[in-house]
Design a protein around this ligand. Structure first.
Ligand code: SAH
Length: 227
């Protein structure tokens, strides 16, 4: 998988992709993340990438030109399965979409900033618009990092125990059951006996029961929608 991320502050994401699962997946040759600084594609003086909004009002808008130049140069080199723009008015990112996108070969992520990007870029290039929730961030970088992380960890081999990604919350429409590690007794609190019983069948049943209970009490909406 290859992800090209276009941003006005790519440094924000540098450290994120240089660590943890993303780093391991990159080292294993499972994913390549390329960060592109939009300023490098500006043809204007002082590498300007934004301008005042038509119609007035507060805030700057990222201009068509540096974005189209950057996108055209990427599209000349390879085909992309998705060109994603992160935006509060996009579809809300959920596990199902992460699963779907984990099957892509090449993707472009566009991070907005300021008031956003010129609408014509969205019309001409963008294939999917994704929001990570009903709140406004200062830029799309954190949204891009959130989605990239959720997607990359699903690539087979990206995380140590492949089963682990499949037993996480949301994969089967349920939240994850509680987990424990040693010591078995701590501060008068004991790990449930059944988890120490060695009986795989019973443990499986207990975990399922706990997952259902957690979902019923914390996110009953998941049981209805199963998205
Ligand atoms: N004026 C816009 C918000 C701009 S915020 C509006 O009211 O909808 C600047 C940029 O941050 C956006 O272009 C987008 O790329 C990113 N962003 C902000 N909130 C986001 C969210 N909830 N999900 C994904 N991206 C978001």
């Amino acid at each position: 998988m290859r992800i090209d991320i276009i941003s006005v502050v790519p440094d924000l994401m540098q450290s994120f992709f240089a660590h943890s699962i993303c780093k391991r997946a990159a080292q294993a040759g499972l994913v390549e993340v390329h960060l592109h600084d939009l300023h490098d594609y500006s043809t204007k003086k002082h590498k300007q990438i934004d301008d005042y909004p038509f119609g007035g009002g507060a805030g700057m808008v990222i201009s068509v030109e540096p974005l189209s130049v950057c996108l055209d140069s990427l599209l000349e080199q390879r085909t992309y399965d998705e060109i994603i723009f992160f935006s509060p008015d996009g579809i809300v990112f959920k596990q199902g979409l992460a699963n779907q996108l984990s099957l892509c070969e090449n993707m472009i992520f566009i991070c907005g900033h300021y008031k956003g990007i010129d609408e014509r870029i969205r019309e001409k290039y963008v294939t999917k618009e994704i929001s990570i929730g009903d709140y406004v961030l200062s830029g799309g970088e954190l949204a891009a990092a959130v989605c990239a992380d959720a997607i990359i960890r699903l690539i087979p081999g990206a995380i140590g125990d492949e089963m682990s990604a499949l037993t996480d919350s949301f994969q089967d429409g349920l939240l994850a059951p509680p987990v424990y590690t040693r010591p078995a007794k701590w501060n008068g609190m004991e790990v449930p006996e059944i988890l120490r019983s060695g009986n795989d069948k019973k443990i499986e049943a207990w975990r399922h029961e706990q997952a259902v209970y957690r979902t019923q009490t914390r996110r009953p909406d998941l049981l209805e929608s199963n998205e």
